[in-house]
Design a protein around this ligand. Structure first.
Ligand code: COA
Length: 344
């Protein structure tokens, strides 16, 4: 008779990806017409050339539903059902309730557990680690994980420190319970946080520190603030170290890696992380030139675009790594699976 306590918990296996970008494109030249900046400055400092901006009334819910629907209809096992939804966002439709139950209802997923994870630019990695826990514990067999952001609703249109960096979008992945070495299998995640840096990227309004007042007018607290240079400085060693930990947990060497899908904040950060790890920047996927920094949506959107563009192929060893407000960071590994072809 087998001993149930010695059985390995199921691994989390990727079976589908999907993404959605709002139609409106805002180029660097467009921004240089309304603020003191230039295409040259933005492109050379960040690698960003354009970003998408949601239409009036289009919220994180709407973007999440589109991305989630695409991922569910493009699974490699043809199944469209899931029994949990974990959603990463720093731009929820409302402070209460979470956005995930609305997304589940719109997608017709039934009364499955659905909740938001708040870890900003590391949100997707935290959400994936949470889904992995649900699967390992046997609470869920199949999970839809979505990162969705309408950053534009929290950007001060006059603040060139943030307005040039962030964009709107959503990405989604479908995962299922499986075996640790099969194609699609994720390894253990490395996660970390340092509240000592919590003031470096903030939206101060809408929380308990600034409770509603009937007469309150819009203030800087209602907009995203970022101490960009300090964040830049801390992001590189944190992502590199977290990557090393995730690789070691999987038993992989740096030289084993075929592709890196990092949080799309700044191409200089992505390149510096590769240099710090001693890996070639050519294996690091970049789509921030087209989408900017989409915070929690960044990695699942990049996974989708990497698949659509043939950057990732079945059997490759892939590293995911992110850093963001909190401060938070996280990394994970997966063996890229065979996925249905998706039009770009
Ligand atoms: N356009 C033109 N000039 C700008 C500008 C803009 N949008 N923003 C800042 N500048 C100016 C500054 O005023 C400063 O001018 P000065 O030298 O005359 O004082 C100069 O450019 C350099 O500013 P600085 O903020 O030091 O630039 P930087 O090289 O650090 O680049 C970021 C700024 C935001 C691109 C960079 O710090 C960064 O990418 N940080 C990390 C951001 C991030 O990843 N956030 C999300 C975390 S997940």
């Amino acid at each position: 008779m087998s001993n149930p306590t010695s059985a390995r918990p199921p691994a989390m296996v990727l079976v589908g990806v999907g993404g959605y970008l709002p139609e409106r494109i805002v180029t660097n030249d467009d921004l240089s017409k309304v603020m003191d900046t230039s295409d040259e400055w933005i492109a050379s400092r960040t690698g960003i050339r354009e970003r998408r901006v949601a239409a009036e009334g289009q919220t994180s819910l709407h973007l999440a539903v589109e991305a989630g629907r695409e991922a569910l209809k493009a699974t490699n096992d043809g199944r469209t059902d899931v029994d949990a939804l974990v959603l990463a966002t720093m731009t929820p439709d409302r402070l209460c309730p979470a956005t995930a139950p609305d997304v589940a209802a719109e997608l017709g997923l039934g009364h499955i557990p659905a909740f938001d994870v708040s870890a900003v630019c590391s949100g997707f990695v935290y959400a994936a680690a949470t889904a992995q826990g649900l699967i390992a514990a046997g609470t869920a067999q199949r999970v839809l994980i979505i990162g969705t952001e309408v950053m534009s609703s929290f950007l001060n249109p006059e603040d060139r420190n943030t307005a040039v960096i962030f964009g709107d979008g959503a990405g989604a992945v479908v995962v299922r319970a499986g075996e640790p070495d099969e194609p699609g299998a994720f390894g253990p995640f490395d996660l970390g946080a340092d509240g000592g840096g919590s003031d470096l990227i903030t939206v101060n309004g809408f929380g308990g520190r600034t409770p509603p007042e009937p007469t309150r007018e819009n203030t800087d607290d209602d907009y995203l603030f970022m101490a960009g240079r300090e964040v830049y400085r801390q992001a590189i060693p944190a992502m590199a170290e977290s990557s090393r930990v995730a690789l070691a947990a999987r038993g992989w060497e740096l030289g084993d890696l075929d592709a890196v899908i990092g949080h799309q904040a700044n191409v200089r950060i992505l390149d510096a992380v590769c240099r710090e790890l001693g890996i070639d920047t050519s294996i690091s996927f970049v789509n921030l030139d087209k989408v900017g920094n989409t915070s929690g949506a960044s990695i699942p959107l990049a996974m989708t675009h990497a698949h659509q563009q043939g950057f990732t192929t079945a059997g490759q060893r892939v590293l995911l790594t992110a850093f963001g407000a909190g401060l938070t960071w996280g990394s994970g590994t997966l063996i890229w699976p065979e996925l249905p072809e998706m039009p770009a």
